[in-house]
Design a protein around this ligand. Structure first.
Ligand code: ARG
Ligand code: ZN
Length: 843
């Protein structure tokens, strides 16, 4: 059943205080609810409907009188008085049997919840929609040592604990945790003097992995005060780590619940990339307290209202804490790898979708990451001051509201006096705009002409031109900047912009800092790219110039069998040799484009990509780089070894990244000797894992793989890495067989989403392996998804995205992929989640 944005109606009843009592038991938890309801004057309807799924109703009463509601698989209806009344109900649920990890479930003997988007209805009968907000009082009865819920503690005794959350909230922000937990405590004093108790709660044994997350939390709290003027609003802020979790983390009011992989960190078990990600996710969930909780969403179509804005805020935070250019480049790599791929395939949907079957299928790169890009474009178009003026107005006007994208845009219109009717298309039209460029120089005037075009997407054949902020700078032939960054505001399908008073024809640097999420189709030559790589003042575009060079050489190698381009090798060599350059930037420049992205480019150009040929070209290029850069790599490796004690700082991470890129180069020539030395001597996970990866690629990994397992078999999160790295580094024909072996390993389980993803997600990420012509990759993933669906539909549906590019490939591969998808779809009792995804992917 499809739900449409256009069908929104206000709730028939509004909710006053909610009181919940939980009598915890793994098989038979009782949930007793007492809820004040009153008719909503803004609603035409008087139908009293409460959502409820997989609940056993024990009794229900209205104003103390027992009632017998009419039950369905979705909830209940009941005759109610036409005035305020008190609803009471008692239901029974079975947390231990809940493997879907939605609602109240158990993870390693600990009770926990995940309610976003629609999990609360698996806990009790309730109007489970985000525009129904209420203050909650929660009593938990059980034998667990620690029993937590939202808000402030309101009392505690033998076998019970009470919590009160004064801030009205939708049910999706409800949380409960109970278990044998230990805490890493700290405190924070807000700008206006509120004393806040902070805790990270973990299983005994994980206490030593909390310090970094706690520092990140305090930095986030300070940053949001300083940057957005937002303070925390309760006496306690609790974070809990759980091992079994479908997503990264969840912003429940005052009680954030985290996938343990997104909060636990130590130098021995976490890589530099893990540390950076953990810091960002802690910030993200904390920032939701204002963008998501204090101002929430009217309905789930507005998901990007909170997610796009919060992703944008966490990206600003990371840019401030670490390196802004590095963060921007990493985000662009991610956006192109995941969101552009989504936007250009069968799953394309607008940042604000207008219909869905299962909302959990819309927690996507488009809603999150493209949603964040739209906020960034508003900031670029209006500038720093106007942006923060609009945000102040947003918080002032909508605090306590369940808001919409219309509300959001109206705030910007009122704050800036601008009309955003056209900008709104970014929220409504799916697909990535393609921007092509031509230029002209005469009489000292340089003219840039842009053309924008967005290809059709499912259900949207026609696209209208969008507002595109194009940040441009101009360089003269000496490499000096003659026109500094200027934001051109493109609004037409085709539009020209002129720059006059120039002495000679300039070289343009276009889309600086990746100022819009578009595909730039700039037909330029490699000499110009090398010039920009050497001279551009915009770090993003310098990196982009390097990326354009490598794409050009790889595409010519794949299409024409050309040899690796020596101009590219020379330009890159010059850059990596130059010690005045940021090591992080040099490491990024050494990165190769994802093979999946090359496949997309070949497909876009009207040809059929061959994943095997793409893999071979990439290998050939790596070998050529190794031969050309050998001496430089040896020097860089030695020079960028970190001798200070490990710190997860941006500076140390940059040095390790460059040194490990050098290791990857040397590794192709020394048969794994240096990697073996690094592996043997490593005292942190970044170094150990980089060495292990190199050893596996050199075909010398067997002993190290075994030793790594022995060393880490007690640590789930490290063993996830152990599973993944063997598959990521497998040659195309070995990837599926290796994955299959690993699914037979005693530590493999489909019950834990992290483990499932570390194995099957790694297969999906090995492009030439997953898309191997044998079809073995497709068949194996289909087997696993069929097995997982009855256990955990959300994770199954999410992993189906591995198939979203299937129609790019040749007839043989397509036939294998179609057979795999049809086999999944034919599974009896397939979940709504997976059915929707496979149906859309098949098109
Ligand atoms: N709101 C969470 C976040 O962005 C994500 C939770 C999504 N959960 C889900 N089941 N779809 O941090
Ligand atoms: Zn979020």
């Amino acid at each position: 059943q499809t739900i449409y944005l256009a069908d929104y109606t206000p709730p028939a009843f509004l909710v006053g205080p909610v009181t919940l009592t939980f009598r915890l038991d793994p098989e038979k938890t009782r949930v007793i609810s007492k809820i004040e309801f009153r008719p909503n004057p803004a609603s035409q309807s008087d139908t009293f409907f409460l959502h409820g799924e997989n609940l056993t109703l024990i009794r229900a009463a209205i104003d103390g009188q027992e009632v017998t509601p009419e039950l369905s698989a979705q909830g209940l209806t009941c005759a109610v008085p036409d005035r305020p009344f008190t609803w009471e109900a008692e239901v029974e649920i079975a947390p231990a049997a809940n493997t879907a990890l939605e609602g109240l479930y158990m993870s390693n003997g600990m009770y926990c919840t995940q309610c976003e988007a629609e999990g609360f209805r698996k806990i009790t009968y309730y109007p489970d929609r985000p525009d129904v907000m209420a203050p909650f009082t929660v009593r938990i009865e059980g034998r667990e040592k620690i029993m937590l819920s939202n808000g402030n503690p309101a009392g505690r005794g033998d076998g019970w604990a009470e919590w009160h959350d004064p801030w009205p909230k939708p049910a999706y922000l409800f949380a409960l945790v109970a278990g044998d937990l230990v805490n890493h405590p700290d405190r924070f004093t807000t700008k206006s003097g509120r004393e806040v108790e902070l805790n990270i709660w973990v299983r005994p044994g994980d206490e030593d992995k909390c310090a970094f997350g706690m520092e990140a939390l305090k930095k986030s709290m300070t940053w949001d005060e300083e940057t957005y003027g937002r303070e925390y609003d309760l006496d306690v802020f609790n974070i809990v780590a759980v091992d079994d979790f479908n997503m990264g983390a969840m912003e429940n009011k005052g009680l954030n619940i985290f996938n343990s992989s997104c909060v636990l960190a130590s130098p021995e078990t976490s890589t530099d990339a893990n540390f950076e990600r953990i810091e960002a996710i802690i910030a993200h969930e904390y920032f939701h307290n204002w963008t998501g909780n204090r101002i929430t969403c009217r309905d789930w179509f507005q998901l990007c209202l909170k997610e796009g804005l919060t992703v944008f805020r966490d990206a600003q935070f990371t840019a401030d804490m670490r390196s802004a250019p590095v963060k921007r480049i990493e985000d662009a790599i991610m956006l192109r790898g995941r969101q552009f791929r989504e936007d250009n395939g069968p799953l394309a949907h607008p940042v604000r979708p207008d219909s869905f079957v299962e909302i959990n299928n819309f927690y996507t790169a488009t809603v999150y990451e493209k949603g964040a890009e739209l906020i960034g474009m508003l900031k670029t178009l209006f500038g720093h001051d106007e942006y923060y003026k609009a945000l102040d107005l947003y918080f002032q006007r909508h605090d306590g509201d369940a808001a919409t994208i219309e509300d959001w845009l109206k705030v910007f219109e009122d704050a800036t006096g601008r009309d955003l009717t056209q900008f709104k298309r970014w929220y409504e039209q799916a697909g990535t705009p393609r921007l092509s460029i031509s230029d002209d120089f005469s009489n000292g005037t340089y003219t840039l002409t842009f053309k924008q075009e967005t290809p059709p997407t499912p259900g949207q054949p026609q696209k209208d031109p969008r507002v595109i902020p194009i940040a441009v700078g101009l360089l003269n032939p000496n490499g000096d900047e003659v026109v500094p960054t200027t934001v051109l505001e493109m609004t037409q399908a085709e539009q020209s912009f002129a720059f006059d008073g120039l002495a000679s024809r300039p070289t343009p640097s276009i889309l600086r800092d990746f100022s819009a999420p578009v595909i730039l189709e700039h037909k330029t030559d490699n000499a110009t790219r090398a010039f920009l790589l050497a001279n551009d003042t915009d770090p993003f575009n310098r990196w982009q110039a390097g990326r354009d060079l490598v794409l050009d050489t790889l595409l010519r190698m794949i299409r024409q069998g050309d040899a690796p381009d020596s101009a590219y090798l020379d330009a890159l060599h010059r850059l990596i040799r130059d010690d005045t350059q940021d090591p992080a930037f040099r490491a990024l420049a050494l990165g190769l484009p994802p093979q999946d992205e090359l496949a997309q480019l070949i497909h876009d150009a009207g040809a059929v990509p061959d994943p095997q040929a793409i893999w071979e070209a990439t290998e050939t290029l790596k070998q050529a780089r190794a031969e050309a850069f050998q001496d430089t790599a040896t020097r860089l490796y030695a020079q960028y070894q970190v001798t200070d004690p490990y710190r997860p700082s941006a500076e140390q991470a940059a040095a390790r990244r460059l040194a490990n890129a050098a290791l990857g180069i040397i590794n192709r020539l020394d048969g794994g000797a240096l990697a073996q030395r690094q592996f043997d001597g490593a005292d942190n996970m970044t170094q150990q894992l980089a060495a292990l990866s190199a050893l596996i690629s050199a075909g010398k990994g067997d002993a190290a793989v075994a030793r790594f397992y022995d060393q880490w078999k007690h640590d789930r999160l490290v063993i996830d890495k152990w599973f993944a790295i063997q598959i990521q580094n497998a040659a195309p024909q070995d990837a599926a067989p290796r994955t299959k072996d690993l699914t037979q390993h005693p530590d493999f389980t489909i019950r834990n989403p992290n483990r499932f993803r570390s194995v099957l997600g790694a297969l999906a990420g090995n492009s030439a392996g997953f898309h191997h012509a044998s079809g073995a990759g497709y068949a194996l993933l289909a087997d696993q998804l069929v097995a997982l669906d009855p256990v955990n539909p959300q994770t199954t549906a999410r992993m189906c995205t591995a198939f979203e590019t299937w129609a790019r490939y040749d007839a043989t591969r397509q036939a294998h992929a179609r057979a795999a998808l049809e086999r999944i779809l034919a599974t009896p009792d397939l979940s709504r989640d997976t059915t929707e995804m496979v149906t859309r992917i098949l098109g």
